[in-house]
Design a binder for this molecule. Structure first.
Ligand code: PMP
Length: 315
């Protein structure tokens, strides 16, 4: 489908719904409904928030062709923003801490995006400060994934709606996700509850067992091995506001092992998918076989060639 944005700029396609697959790793283990978000165009679930935030800003006249978009992220969000900006004719600057993996930088540049590095010691907070400075200097637009309520709204309005259309009977008993910004977990939970499901929100939290061999920059106090899932600087994820929130802790070595199992079954996923799946299995065990437990597989394995995940494959 071709969509036309106000101002005449045309981009080529709407995001297609991603499949919702029943995934069972053990013959007598529970089956989990997994949303295959790695099939989005930039390779992660973050295409949803990039498109939603930028299209809304465009409709409201806050951005138009040639405007500059500036975002702090060393992970999937910058890659998704770079792709969306390429499609919409926007300039994109990714601000990230020094030390980010080269693959990420190359992908952003391939979409025409620019990179600004901030001191590694300052982490993502230093990058966020730099986006504010650059936005003032360049009159740029800040999507602000960590504080923008449209992040969760994107998932409530698209990811959750697709799940409700795809799952048998349109009922969801639990939604399970690791939290970076919290947009996925909060949006999924709100979206399915708004449709009348009495769903339990489940936070999948990695527990560090050993240091990663080649830590990614999103590394946090939880685990260096599960990039993207981090100690939150988010205002979107407010645990106190989530009725019946359950936290399931998953050892990071278990999350990595489950990720490798998923890859062996033909799911080309990154470590946060193993984390989410392991937590979902735990919850499904507590809720019983009739419960429909939904989780997401957020991104693709190709982003992790240089990390612990691929250690056994390097030989
Ligand atoms: N998995 C990966 C690979 C991610 O990059 C992120 C977000 N940084 C998440 C999970 C968590 O998603 P959210 O930001 O919606 O909480």
């Amino acid at each position: 489908m071709t969509a036309r944005l106000p101002g005449g700029h045309v981009y080529l396609h709407r995001l297609a719904p991603t499949p919702l697959a029943p995934v069972q790793l053990e013959p007598d283990g529970p089956s989990i409904w997994a949303k295959l978000e790695f099939l989005n165009p930039s390779g992660s679930t973050k295409d949803r928030i990039a498109r939603h935030i930028l299209e809304k800003a465009w409709r409201e006249g806050r951005i138009s062709q040639g405007c500059t978009v500036i975002e702090a992220s060393s992970g999937s969000t910058s890659i998704a923003m770079a792709l969306a900006c390429a499609q919409m004719g926007l300039r994109f600057i990714a601000v990230m801490p020094e030390g980010v993996s080269n693959e990420r930088v190359l992908m952003i540049r391939a979409y025409g995006g620019e990179i600004r590095l901030t001191p590694g010691a300052e982490g993502i907070r230093g990058s966020i400060r730099e986006t504010e400075r650059l936005a003032a200097e360049l009159d740029g637009f800040l999507p602000r994934q960590f504080t923008n309520p449209e992040n969760a709204a994107a998932h409530a309005g698209s990811t959750a709606r697709e799940i409700l259309d795809q799952i048998p009977g349109g009922t969801v008993d639990a939604v399970v996700s690791g939290v970076g910004t919290g947009g996925t977990l909060v949006g999924l939970w709100r979206g399915v509850c708004a449709a009348g499901c009495d769903a339990i929100p489940v936070l999948a939290r990695p527990v560090e067992i050993g240091p990663g061999e080649n830590p990614e920059i999103e590394c946090c106090s939880f685990s260096c091995r599960i990039p993207g899932v981090m100690e939150s600087i988010s205002t979107i994820f407010q645990p106190g506001a989530m009725d019946r929130l359950i936290t399931v802790e998953v050892r990071d070595d278990v999350a990595i092992e489950v990720t490798r199992e998923l890859m062996k079954r033909g799911f080309p996923v990154g470590p946060s998918s193993g984390l989410n799946f392991a937590a979902a299995i735990d919850v499904a065990g507590r809720l019983g076989p009739a419960a429909q437990v939904v989780t997401v597989f957020p991104d693709r394995m190709e982003r992790y060639f240089t990390t612990d995940l691929f250690k056994p494959m390097r030989g």
